[in-house]
Design a protein around this ligand. Structure first.
Ligand SMILES: Nc1nc2c(ncn2[C@@H]2O[C@H](COP(=O)(O)OP(=O)(O)OP(=O)(O)O)[C@@H](O)[C@H]2O)c(=O)[nH]1
Ligand SMILES: [Mg+2]
Length: 298
């Protein structure tokens, strides 16, 4: 029997570079929420992938490295903590954006911490080969980037080679999760995340960054289904009607799509109730941070 290996791999990178998409692609099923908007990921989330006898815990981190709000500060801190604890680090760069200021901040953070990382150039489906070569050339100036991979997390290009390299970096050790487990995220948080994802996707205003979700109750019912109540919090009274929609249409549509995703992820029938509430201070409540697995920084 080959020796089991186990490793933690942190994915770092500016907002929207495709970290969560990559976690889902490597795990082989959807465990992290993905949207076209920046700053989608807030919670700490672990996807679990297997390759060549290695169990790899992929840590999806929030892509916030220029913190302004309290929530941003907590997310930035969480990302660097995850990076420190990991057996390997990957920094993702969006090939179509190239080296921008936000990616510069992430690279500077790695340099400062004297940590090596693999460099994953993602979204290669969007750019020409010569642009890619120029980008790699520029990135080579960072000596702490040990290897370069050209990938498309969305289409799956280059993931075979990446899997191989990541499995190689896992030290010998016993697996921490049963092989069929795809993610390490509490169900209550998963429910809140599914609702937030749909709110982001279905609302087109600036609103989303002012929006949060919290699971208020999860009850397993005798027939194997679950009743789940999630609060969708907005910060201003004027935002509530936008989220609720005419005759409640918007919130019903958010709820229906979220229920679908949650049922697929949780593997049971879900009765989901989404309640829209005005809560100007959710960013200042400790429970909100606890639920996301973040530290409440005072
Ligand atoms: N064309 C293309 N789009 C991609 C690829 N990978 C991710 N995307 C898209 O990029 C957007 C952002 O993806 P996410 O996975 O949410 O990015 P993220 O880095 O987790 O973002 P934050 O959580 O906000 O930091 C989504 O619209 C994805 O579909 C890729 O390889 N090619
Ligand atoms: Mg994300």
């Amino acid at each position: 029997m080959t020796q089991q290996r186990f490793g933690i791999i942190a994915l770092l990178g500016a907002p929207n570079v495709g970290k969560s998409t990559l976690v889902n692609a490597l795990v082989g099923q959807k465990v992290a929420i993905v949207t076209s908007k920046v700053q989608t990921t807030r919670a700490r989330l672990r996807g679990i992938a297997h390759h060549a006898g290695a169990q790899m815990v992929l840590v999806d981190t929030p892509g916030v490295f220029r913190p302004r709000r309290r929530l941003d500060r907590a997310m930035t801190r969480a990302a660097w903590q995850e990076s420190r604890r990991a057996d390997a680090r990957c920094v993702l760069i969006d090939a179509s954006r190239g080296m921008d200021e936000e990616s510069g901040v992430v690279l500077a953070g790695l340099r400062k911490r004297r940590t090596e990382a693999l460099c994953l150039i993602n979204k290669i489906d969007r750019v020409r080969r010569d642009t890619l070569l120029q980008l790699i050339d520029a990135l080579r100036a960072n000596a702490f980037l040990t290897d370069f991979f050209l990938i498309s997390a969305l289409r799956g290009d280059g993931l075979g080679e990446l899997r191989e390299a990541l499995a190689d970096r896992c030290p010998e050790g016993v697996w921490h999760y049963p092989p069929e487990q795809a993610a390490d995220i509490p169900l209550r948080l998963l429910a809140a995340e599914c609702v937030r994802e749909q709110a982001y996707v279905q609302l087109h205003q600036e609103l989303p960054y002012d929006l949060a979700t919290e699971t208020v109750s999860w009850k397993d019912l005798p027939d194997g289904s679950a009743r789940v109540d999630v609060c969708l919090l907005v910060r201003r009274t004027s935002q509530k009607p936008i989220v609720v929609g005419e005759g409640g249409r918007r919130v019903r549509s958010i709820s229906a799509a979220a229920r679908h995703a949650l049922a697929a992820a949780a593997g049971c029938v879900i009765h989901l109730f989404v309640h829209v509430k005005v809560d100007p201070s959710w960013q200042d409540r400790q429970e909100h941070y606890d639920a996301l697995g973040l530290e409440f920084i005072t």
